[in-house]
Design a protein around this ligand. Structure first.
Ligand code: MG
Length: 257
């Protein structure tokens, strides 16, 4: 897999729809999801891309929509949160996929007890999604996987396990990053454009598969097997590439060079 092709940079912004994962893609991974820092240049860059594409930029994240908003305030982009379980469209409408969460509350209690016994673990409770981070206790992975698998099995068909980098998540079934991008692509201002999706983790493979099917461009960040067509080395390379798009993409009003 090589870097994304130059013709993407050398065209008009009006033909593209940009879908971006946040952690590990726009931002370096942090020890805790709440300790990431966003420098103002990144927010300015996203705003420039939003303006060039007439709004066809969406964040596609495991974070909640509210969390994504707070990271890039005062920007309010289109967002799919919790791996597609919640989605805010261009008009500001919120689409929720909310299975019954009684069982999820019981699973959260079990995980809270576990985290209280192991200081290296962090539990994120996002509403419809529980994320158990073990970056601070990597040796526990072998023991955590069967435990979370058991919790997911007890929840029945409404929830499933989503593995990621040093994280095990319990998420609603039926929604993923692919279904989120697909929904955006049926709406203004994304409809009729060619999608580009950049992501770094296993959950992003759903987005890569969808974008490949739609004839778009899928870009994997970092090493590892992937269905993506292109690759960028790390979050800093993503920033560099997006910066070139923001500078070189012609808007419809620009005179072609
Ligand atoms: Mg990521």
């Amino acid at each position: 897999m090589s870097a994304p092709p130059e013709f993407i940079v050398a065209t008009s912004a009006g033909g593209w729809a940009l879908f971006l994962d946040i952690d590990g893609t726009l931002l370096e991974l942090a020890a805790h999801p709440h300790t990431v820092t966003v420098d103002p240049d990144l927010t300015h860059l996203l705003r420039a891309l939003y303006e060039k594409t007439d709004g066809a930029v969406a964040l596609i994240s495991g974070r909640t929509v509210a969390d994504a908003d707070s990271l890039f305030a005062p920007l309010k982009l289109c967002v799919a949160g919790q791996h597609g379980a919640e989605r805010r469209d261009f008009a500001g409408g919120l689409h929720l996929h909310a299975p019954p969460v009684d069982g999820l509350r019981r699973a959260a209690e079990r995980l809270r007890r576990l985290v209280s016994e192991h200081p290296g673990l962090v539990l994120e409770e996002k509403g419809m999604n529980l994320a158990l981070h073990f970056r601070g206790a990597p040796l526990l992975e072998a023991e955590l996987v069967p435990l979370v698998e058991q919790l997911v099995a007890e929840l029945g068909q409404d929830f499933e396990l989503q593995a990621g980098k040093m994280v095990l998540e319990i998420k609603p079934t039926g929604r993923d990053k692919g279904t989120a991008i697909e929904a955006f692509m049926q709406e203004h201002p994304f409809r009729g454009r060619v999608p580009i999706f950049i992501g770094d983790d296993l959950t992003d493979e759903y987005g890569f598969a969808l974008v490949n099917r739609l004839g778009g461009h899928s870009i994997k960040v970092g090493p590892g097997a992937s269905a993506a067509q292109w690759r960028l080395a790390d979050a800093s390379a993503v920033r560099g590439w997006l910066d070139r798009l923001a500078k070189k993409w012609q808007t419809r009003c620009d005179t072609p060079a």
